[in-house]
Ligand binder design. Sequence first.
Ligand code: ADP
Length: 673
Amino acid sequence: MLSDQTLLHILTLSQDATAVYDSPDLHICFVNQAMQAFWGKTGDITGKPLVIAVPELDGQPFIGLLERVWTTGETYRATDTPAMLVIDGFPKVSYFDFEYRAIQDDSGQVIAILHTATDVSTRLAALQQVAEKKRREEGLISELKRSSEDIRETNDYLSAVNRELIASNARISLLNERLQESDTNFKRLIAQAPVAAMVLLGEDLAIELANQPMLDILNRDETAIGRPILESMPELKGEPAVELIFETFRTGKAFDGNEVPVRMKRNGLLETRYFNFSYRPLRDSGRIIGVMDLAIEVTGQVRARKHLEAIISEKTTLEQNLRANEQRLQRILDTMAEGVIITDAQGGLTYVNPMAQKIMGVDETELLQRKYDDNRWQNERTDGTPLAMEDHPVYIALRTRLSLYDQEIAIVRQGWEKLYISVNAAPLEDNHQQVTGCIVTFTDVTNRIKLLQQKDDFISIASHELKTPVTTLKVSLQLLARMTSGDPDNATTKLIGQANRSAEKLSALVSGLLNSNRLSQGRFPLNKTHFNITDLINECCQHVRITTGRVIDLKETAPAEVYADEQLIEQVIVNLINNAVKYAPEAGQISVSVCPENDSVRVSVTDFGPGIPAEKLPYIFERYYRAGQNNGLIPGLGLGLYICEEIIHKHGGHIGVESEWGKGATFWFSLPS
Ligand code: ADP
């Protein structure tokens, strides 16, 4: 068995640091060298309280822990515990695993504390290094983790951005495609537009796009595209419609034009054409880059409309003229001194002017209900005989389409004085030459006719009164002639002969006047017999040959018998032959012919004198009419031919004249055989 001393000595040599405390105030009863090295204390510290031997432990937890072990008897162990100890004069923190073991006696009373300790600073440093490394590693790892998270996040973000980018790219390329598509569509739209379309770009308005209708309007081909508009079409400079395109470019103002005239070249010639157009500015980011021009040529419509307007204005002028003419005509008709009546094709009155109403003494309303042959008035000839319907001037004009002039008729109305009118009547025809009516103008000649009648009455009375003294004169002269010797050279006989011839002339004039009056009044009965007219003509010719010494050539084709008043027909023949003698004194020959026709006989008397001017022929048979220029020298009353006509007409025959001025005249008449 080892002694306490030996045991302590062994402990002294132990590598493990050991100290023993044997009192509650921790007196060091044993400490080996290892422990002293830990504490950094040299010399003998045995027997000293720990806090004195190692004063730097004051304020550290160890003293308190030891005291509690002493008190409680419970062993206390700790590892890796830092303790600050002053080593070689410098405080140093070292780490220890240590144990405070309470050593108890049999009664359990603590008698000592065995303190063992191991310096674990190196291990701890290693451990700390490891821990540090680990911490750093962990830090790195977590850093790495964070970074990789960051990277992942960045990656996520990037891939999101990428996706976005791809999507945007897709969108952009889609937009691009659409842009291209819409560009193509736009170009196609322009090309196929039903109206003329053109896109002009830049300040000089270069033609960027122009469809075919626009090129047609401009009368240019595709070479015009790409060139400034005024460069390829200098003639458009100054045209208001073109100036407006420039204004649209300058101001951005849109313009719409309607039927604007533009002077353009067509087949080398400048001509005005008309357009409806629309100019719109084209902008890029708000900046004006060009002008869009849409146009429709309306030259055809405008010209047609202008033509129509011209026609309408011409029509209006014509209508105005027509209205003015109508008014003038109406005025004329209203104020005319002649009565005017218009009838329809059946003779019904459709218009009467105021003078017609006045002459007729019937108002318009009443007149417009009548026909020209209304039985409320009777038509007569001026000689008082009834006028047959077919001899009425209106009837003749409507039936024959001939115009009649100066037809004098009488109108007998109940309770009114007899009215004489001089009538002109002319047919009215439509475009198809159909008779649509008749226009009648007439004047009231009642006064003139009355005067004529008075004159006729006077002549009738005067000639009747003259007849007896002239006859007495003639008889007296014959008696006187008989009473003289009859010697033709006797002066008295000559005077008597002269007086006799004058009395004869006077007698002829008086009977002419008397006859004409009787004839004009229709007051002569016909004493008709059958006789050979050639014989009668022969007698007459003989008589004229003897009295005038003129050559009369009678041509007879066949014996001609007529049924007529021989005396009156003789009067006609003598009158015609006498006229031939009178009016053709220098032309010796007179030719008379008798020519039997189908159911009539025609007698002609031809002379080769001056003849009758054409314009006077229509009046030659009128009463008192004298045509010749020598009438001043040739005596006459203008009654002979009038009487002839009356006699021939009374026989139902015809009488007429053919003559050419300077080439003689042929008077003829025909009688029913
Ligand atoms: P008058 O002989 O008394 O004048 P008439 O009735 O016989 O009357 O003739 C009318 C007119 O016709 C004449 O004044 C004359 O101017 C013209 N006339 C008649 N017979 C002839 C004729 N044979 N040649 C030329 N003129 C004629």
